[in-house]
Design a protein around this ligand. Sequence first.
Ligand SMILES: [Zn+2]
Length: 348
Amino acid sequence: MKRTTIISLVLVFLAVSVPLLVSSFAGSGDKKEAGAQQSGAPSGVSAENASGTEADGFDMSFSIKFKNGSDVSEIPMADYLIGAVAAEMPASFEIGALQAQAVALRTYTLQKILAGGSDAHPDADICSDSACCAAWRSVEQLEENWGTDFDAYYEKIRQAVTSTDGVCITYEGQPAQAVFHSSSAGMTEESGAVWSASLPYLVPVESPEDEQQVPNYVSHVSVSFDDFRETVKEQYPEAALEGDPEDWIGDVVLTGSGRIDHVAIGGVQVPGTSLRSMFGLRSTAVQIDITDSSVEFTVTGYGHGVGMSQYGANAMAEKGSSWQEILLWYYPGTELSDADSFVNQAEG
Ligand SMILES: [Zn+2]
């Protein structure tokens, strides 16, 4: 029933809005960098009612079309969320961070359904491929990953989902683009610096995580002059990279959050996001140095930097912030809404 409702809403939604960001998200990849623990593709389906959630809650009664590998099946939102939270965030994190993650993933899923699903899989609302939608793990995979910690971790994730049952993040009455990333660099990034659209709730906010809390918070990439020239030329053939390498890098323009907006390389303006992908950098918070023989990148944080920082959420929870406070901090100006009433409302 609810499915029908939400699908009819999709048509209305599509008619009145331009889901510009949505399509640009598909290729971003980043939202999913979050989880420290992404590995191979999941197999098998979620254990039925893995959650043991109340049958009358939103998450148990709202089913989604889930693509796992090549299988498409309808499963309760609850089962999807447990597998997705477990795959996207370390289970050792504070419960408040896991709750915030559950709400972000629930919102992401609803938003995706409302926006008409994914071109990559028209037969399913969401899939288990971290490069496409979000990572997901079956109960069997979690048993294998967690070993003797399984019971405790599973219960913790289950609680993160059930205690936030049906809550989603909305902006002006619609599910928000609840994107997230692994760790920031002091500040989060505004969406317009990474994707095509600037959204009023995806703007820079302070993020408290630091090198004590985040593995590889600062990382280094060293590229020989030859490799640097070759890589840049492949993407920007017009770049002039002859002569003294000291002169290759020109002005660096930063975004409001201190990440690279664009940098002049061999006279060509290269966006920070392009620099990041060309050299496999963990973020666009980059310092560039030229040594005698190489170009050195010093990188802070991991991910696109937009929306909720997972390590930042954990740092906030450690200091006593609730999941509600975490979400309203990272998505300023949004509200926490009951998805059930939201879906019902759409009926009228
Ligand atoms: Zn997908």
